[in-house]
Design a protein around this ligand. Structure first.
Ligand SMILES: [Zn+2]
Length: 373
């Protein structure tokens, strides 16, 4: 009898969620909130996303665990996986963070006082034990919330020593090489630790970009921090994943020093934002392939897709932040991601999708690409 009840409940559940019954690739989204939204409004939004074929959220709701409890409850009710998306090394003014923990550039300027490119580029030094303790406390407090499936790291990197090609005009820069004002971290601790390890005084080197050990040293600082945080979250029985730059070799290592194939995470979400690199949707496939080969099956890769919010105005729009995939491009970007080994995709953001995007998306996510790999 109990078995029969179980079957009936199962049938009821199945009939309530028609959109997830047919074959569909896994889809995640990056989403921020909740702002002033009421529970009903959030519920309506999440129910709509689920009906459109979304499986889970990378949800950016600040640093308060109670926000994730409230929103997470609604996400679970809607049938969605729920990850807390909280920036890692980029941290604004905070009473728990000492000014001395911020990274220092090659000119000796603190990222707190004189951030690169934009005012919010206040990055912490990954080499400070205090920084690790701050982040560990933050992430474990959020991961302790029952409704949270895991932690999604972002800005887990150095500031861009070279900006993506598509951003040069926006900032009026020609980034033909590494310049000291964008190159981190030259704080006393990083400089001294590196000297103890290699006997190289990096401050006295004319062109630090030529020193291989200095590059590797900084890849390792990020890798070590990620893996410590991963241990903390895994010890709680929760998952941890990250948004990373494409590659790792062709972009991530070069411009933000992420050697992410060495990170012990449960999944990777490379931001395959082709327009930032002046590339078309096919490039997404090449980047997916590179990531899959680097990971060697250690963890799944979800291909991050950047959506154009106003397709009609794209050609006259100067700011690359407003570029992205057009409705007629989204199907190709999904196809090349899946054909090159992605486990699924992640959209930045559902709010940027217009009806024409959703229409093409709906067709593309229901194709079984496994024959084309
Ligand atoms: Zn440092």
């Amino acid at each position: 009898m109990k078995y029969l009840t179980f079957i009936m409940v199962l049938l009821l559940l199945v009939s309530c969620s028609p959109s997830h019954q047919e074959y569909k690739i896994p889809v995640y989204v990056w989403l921020s909130g909740p702002g002033e939204a009421t529970d009903d409004e959030i519920n309506e939004q999440f129910t709509d996303l689920y009906a459109k074929g979304i499986d889970g959220l990378m949800y950016n709701g600040g640093q308060n665990p109670e926000t994730y409890r409230r929103v997470g409850r609604i996400a679970k009710k809607a049938g969605l996986e729920f990850y807390a998306w909280i920036p890692t090394l980029m941290q604004g003014k905070n009473s728990e963070i000492d000014k001395s923990w911020y990274a220092v550039n090659g000119k000796g300027e603190s990222a707190f006082d004189k951030p690169a490119y934009v005012n919010y580029y206040k990055f912490l030094c990954p080499n400070r034990p205090e920084v690790y303790h701050f982040l560990s406390k933050l992430y474990t407090s959020v991961a302790a919330v029952d409704e949270v499936d895991g932690i999604h790291l972002d800005y887990i990197r150095f500031p861009d020593v070279i900006l993506a090609r598509g951003l040069w005009d926006k900032y009026g820069l020609v980034m033909d090489r590494e310049y000291p004002q964008y190159d981190y971290c030259y704080c006393d601790q990083c400089v001294n630790d590196f000297k103890n390890k290699t006997e190289i005084d990096i401050r006295s080197v004319e062109d630090p970009s030529q020193i291989k050990e200095w590059k590797q040293y900084r890849y390792d600082l990020i890798t070590d921090l990620v893996n410590l945080l991963a241990d903390d979250i895994h010890a709680m029985g929760k998952k941890i994943n990250a948004a990373v730059f494409p590659g790792p070799d062709s972009v991530a290592k070069k411009i933000v020093r992420q050697e992410w194939d060495k990170w012990t995470l449960d999944a990777f979400y490379p931001m395959h934002y082709n327009d930032f690199y002046l590339e078309g949707p096919e490039w997404v496939g090449a980047m997916t392939r590179e990531g899959i080969e680097a990971l060697e099956g250690k963890a799944p890769l979800f291909s991050g897709l950047f959506i154009c919010p106003d397709p009609e105005k794209k050609s006259e729009e100067k700011d690359p932040e407003n570029h992205g995939l057009l409705p007629e491009e989204i199907g190709a970007a999904i196809r090349v991601s899946m054909e090159n080994g992605a486990a699924g995709i992640c959209l930045f953001t559902p709010g940027r999708m217009i009806d024409a995007h959703w229409k093409e998306f709906d067709k593309a996510i229901r194709i079984d690409y496994s024959d084309h790999k």
